[in-house]
Design a binder for this molecule. Structure first.
Ligand SMILES: C[S@@+](CC[C@H](N)C(=O)[O-])C[C@H]1O[C@@H](n2cnc3c(N)ncnc32)[C@H](O)[C@@H]1O
Length: 361
């Protein structure tokens, strides 16, 4: 087979990084599109897909749509088609069609069985549990966030596909976490050798980034049990990689902002508090600011960095009001100039940082 040229290599890097992050199909941007995609380059793409499609639980539909786009490029440029790639695509397309038919049949079966269940009034709990596990399994996939273009420096996270599941927003990575991660990568001194706590950590991207950037310790906290469990699972999934790089392994702990009393002896060495996308629910603002104020009273020089998209100005105003009530002064910075490292699927021009005790790093 022929050698893969530079233009093709760049395309393969771009494809791989986006495929591993499972960037939404409407946002895929594999620029620059090469003028030729040789049989060897296609073989490389196929080997990437084969390596990650099943282990990362990437859906058949997502992979089929990616392959369809690639086949379009091949056809448009009149390139020779790699038969293995084409066969893989056709098999997957067939499987996907079958999956859809089965899903439709299942709906019919479920409708019928609901009727029968109602008639018999026969609750079968073990079947319910199996359905619940399948549902959970179908709603998650492994996303890989790469800090470099060739996917050698990565963080992998088991994420929910939906924005809200099990009554929480914490089971997926939000835009503010991605942007604040990029800000820290750009300014690594903020994290280097620091003792860091994350509030409302969700499934852990930001805490893991801090560990990668050389934090001395990282404590990732949240309130929701499902979130805490997933956070622990994700930290364990990255443990080997972190150990190889001699990085600290984040610890997980439950911390509810509604806690009225905190044993500060546990936290006295902290240098930095970080929070991404925690200013969204008006009901949570008062407890959030209360907990920040408890930390500030115990450690007056601690730096606090919050990052959030400006969804509702009224919610942010409420946050400012509460800060004011506690005599906490802040510094606001927009984050739009920070270079992007990951792929983003939301409008993020309105993401801002609120900093308390800003230090010049
Ligand atoms: C929108 S999610 C953001 C998750 C993560 N920081 C991110 O940006 O991907 C908000 C997080 O705040 C957590 N949270 C909400 N109320 C909380 C509370 N009272 N105490 C601690 N965490 C809370 C939720 O469980 C959830 O994980």
């Amino acid at each position: 087979m022929s050698e893969i040229n530079l233009e093709e290599q760049e395309f393969i890097y771009s494809f791989k990084k986006q495929y591993l992050q499972i960037v939404p199909l409407y946002n895929l941007n594999w620029q620059p599109i090469p003028s030729n995609l040789s049989v060897s380059a296609q073989a490389e793409i196929l080997s990437i897909i084969k390596e990650y499609h099943i282990p990362n639980k990437i859906t058949n539909n997502y992979t089929v749509q990616c392959l369809k786009k690639i086949i379009n490029i091949i056809e448009k440029n009149f390139c020779e088609m790699n038969e293995d790639l084409l066969n893989f695509y056709l098999n997957l397309l067939f499987e996907e069609k079958n999956d859809n038919t089965n899903a439709n049949n299942n709906i019919n079966i479920n409708l019928n069985s609901t009727l029968i269940t109602t008639i018999n009034n026969n609750n079968n709990t073990s079947n319910n549990n199996i359905n619940k596990t399948n549902e959970e399994d179908n709603n998650t996939w492994w996303k890989i966030y790469s800090l470099d273009k060739s996917c050698n420096n990565i963080i992998k996270l088991l994420e929910d596909k939906s924005m809200i599941s099990k009554g929480t927003t914490g089971l997926r990575t939000w835009e503010a976490s991605l942007r604040l991660s990029e800000y820290f990568i750009q300014n690594p001194k903020i994290c280097k050798n620091k003792n860091i706590i994350e509030l409302g950590a969700g499934i852990g991207l930001l805490s893991l980034i801090c560990a990668k950037l050389g934090a001395k310790t990282v404590l990732a906290t949240d309130v929701n049990c499902d979130v805490l469990q997933r956070l622990q699972q994700n930290i364990e999934a990255n443990q080997l990689l972190l150990e190889k790089e001699n990085c600290t392994i984040p610890k997980v702990e439950k911390l509810d902002w509604n806690e009225k009393y905190l044993d500060m002896s546990e936290y006295k060495n902290l240098d930095l508090i970080i929070c991404a996308d925690v200013i969204y629910n008006p009901e949570n603002i008062e407890p959030l600011v209360n907990i920040l104020s408890i930390f500030l009273k115990a450690i007056p020089l601690i730096t606090i960095i919050l990052c959030n998209p400006l969804r509702q100005q009224s919610t942010y105003d409420l946050f400012l009001e509460q800060l004011n009530k506690h005599n906490i002064t802040i510094h606001i910075e927009l984050i739009d100039q920070v270079p992007m490292i990951f792929y983003h699927d939301e409008e993020f021009s309105q993401i801002q940082m609120t900093i308390i005790n800003k230090k010049d790093e």
